[in-house]
Write a protein that binds this ligand. Structure first.
Ligand SMILES: *Cc1c(COP(=O)(O)O)cnc(C)c1O
Length: 548
């Protein structure tokens, strides 16, 4: 075969290379390679995030370093420990019941306790919490996605029938396998991809982590990417950050347009590079309930051959029904080219029991990369679709039952009522509370409001609402508050607006109080020390959850 390099010349090249590669040169080459690859990484980083953001990051990083040194000084360490101790004690007082009437159950009872005893103890514990909110009053944002009193009976019946079932053993529980496949199939049809594939998971967070893992393994297999990166709107759910942290993936957070609250497309495009495995859009996002420009993001994904996840965890059983319910809606599902995965929480507006979500992929081929298979395990051939090994068949039966009990008509009606409530809240804030403004143009069930000027602090308004018995969500950058409407909200819209007007009046010109929202988020964004302290407080909160 004719070759441009004849045999002798190849030998020449090899010999020259050998001569050149003395130990010293080799060392230089290694150093050069490391510098080069770091420079490339740094360049990509700066390119993706912009010079200003990068300088900001360097400043924060340096400030954190200085702070850590300062915090190590014995006098500072003592002060911080004292303050944190006080915060810890306060959190415990607010979460953990105490007093002579509280009986602790810290070890197994020697003898079996009766059902009456068990229910009796539960009733006591329900009433005992240091603070107690009756969710049925509807004064809370999200949290309980209630399907109505009848739905409770349906879920309990499904649980009872399948309470010991385990989908890991389809031969023992054939109905559970069938119901799981059907829950996924129904969601795929709702999101207009009947020929696609999916899986059930324990919740939105797991759906998102599985999708990131799937795209990572797909990108490695198909594109040879070994240092994966994802590009995520600042308004996307924290589950993407969690996935990146768990799976060691670099994450670029892209700011949103302050007016539309949609992710900045130019910045997304700039952040995409040869290591990108996927980009993300929300329909709708958690903080302000707005929807990214899914069509434009899909185009970018297609152009650069990267994955594209649309987070419909919250949009779940609302987004697919908006159009039929008569509300305006922009494209968000698999009909949009470039979309490769969608997460949909059955346990939100699907009214399935908590612990239920679906992750969908454009094709069964892509889903393959989610699987874990170990053919050589000592315990036998092991294969499972997602994170969990054994799972609850009762949760699957619950989701299947909820979806059949609701049907298209039921979900359409609930979409109509819930989004109707959100639109009323939005309209009334716009027309009746001039001190507040709505963030972006939320198409569905969430409404977020900030303050128009310095006269009123939105978080202070949130704290005043807490005093009136409302459980709303605080947002940061910028400070704002949101309410995610549920079926429980529908009945209390007027009460909400009345209380909100009152809260704004109280907060007007008032000195910032000591409410939780102001205390935590005021600290969080105002100084270099903030995030670290808030982090410590959050850890104390998690500790308190396990305080028996
Ligand atoms: C609720 C939610 C998730 C994930 O939530 P889980 O609590 O894990 O079910 C993801 N994205 C959005 C937008 C959400 O609102």
């Amino acid at each position: 075969m004719p070759s441009t390099l004849s045999m002798p010349r190849i030998v020449d090249v090899v010999q020259t290379l050998r001569a050149g590669l003395t130990a010293d040169n080799a060392k230089n080459a290694v150093v050069f390679y490391i510098v080069l690859s770091h420079a490339r990484q740094a360049w990509r980083h700066v390119w993706a995030r912009g010079l200003l953001t990068t300088f900001g990051e360097i400043y924060t990083w340096a400030a954190k370093g200085v702070l850590q040194v300062v915090l190590r000084l014995p006098s500072m360490r003592k002060r911080v420990a004292t303050e944190l101790g006080a915060v810890r004690a306060q959190i415990q007082r607010e979460l953990v019941p105490s007093g002579p009437e509280v009986v602790q159950h810290l070890r197994l009872p020697v003898e079996s306790q009766s059902l009456e005893w068990i229910l009796d103890e539960m009733a006591k514990m329900d009433a005992q919490g240091p603070s107690h909110t009756d969710f049925r009053q509807g004064r809370l944002s999200g949290a309980v996605y209630h399907g109505g009193d009848d739905m409770e009976k349906i879920l309990v019946a499904a649980f009872q029938r399948y309470c010991v079932s385990n989908p890991l053993h389809p031969d023992v529980f054939p109905a559970v396998r069938k119901m799981e496949a059907e829950v996924v199939a129904m969601c795929l049809r709702m999101y207009n991809n009947p020929t696609g594939a999916g899986a059930t998971t324990s919740g939105g967070t797991e759906s998102i982590i599985m999708s990131v893992k799937t795209h990572r393994d797909w990108a490695r297999a198909v594109k040879g990417i070994t240092e994966p990166e994802i590009v995520v709107p600042a308004s996307a759910h924290a589950a993407f950050d969690k996935a990146a942290a768990y799976l060691k993936i670099k994450l670029h957070t892209i700011p949103v347009n302050p007016e539309t609250r949609q992710v900045d497309l130019k910045r997304v495009r700039r952040a995409i590079n040869s290591n990108t495995i996927m980009i993300v859009g929300s329909a709708i996002n958690f903080p302000d309930g707005c929807q990214d420009d899914i069509v434009a993001l899909g185009k970018l994904a297609k152009k650069y051959s990267v994955g594209m996840h649309v987070d419909c965890c919250l949009g779940s059983f609302i987004m697919p029904f908006l159009e039929k319910a008569g509300f305006p809606v922009e494209p968000f599902d698999f009909r949009v080219e470039g979309v490769t995965a969608i997460s949909c929480d059955t346990h939100k507006y699907g009214f399935a029991p908590k612990g239920s979500s679906v992750i969908m992929y454009r094709s069964a081929e892509l889903r393959q990369h989610q699987y874990y298979v170990n053919p050589s395990w000592t315990g036998g051939l092991y294969a499972s679709p997602g994170f969990s090994g054994s799972r609850s068949g009762a949760l699957i039966a619950g989701a299947w039952a909820a979806m059949h009990y609701m049907g298209e008509e039921g979900y359409l009606a609930s979409c109509h009522d819930i989004v109707g409530a959100a639109k009323t809240i939005e309209r009334r804030i716009k027309t009746e509370i001039p001190e507040l403004h709505i963030l972006g143009k939320p198409p569905a069930s969430v409404v977020a409001f900030g303050s128009r000027n310095a006269e009123v602090n939105a978080l202070e308004v949130g704290d005043r609402m807490s005093k009136k018995g409302w459980h709303l969500n605080a947002l940061q950058n910028p400070p704002a508050v949101h309410i995610a409407c549920t079926r429980l909200t529908v009945a209390v819209v007027d009460a909400f607006i009345d209380d909100l007007k009152q809260a704004v009046k109280e907060a007007k010109g008032a000195e910032l109080g000591k409410g939780t929202m102001v205390a935590i988020y005021g600290l969080g964004t105002s100084s270099a020390i903030g995030p670290q302290m808030v982090g410590a407080v959050a850890s104390a909160f998690l500790d308190a959850l396990y305080q028996a």
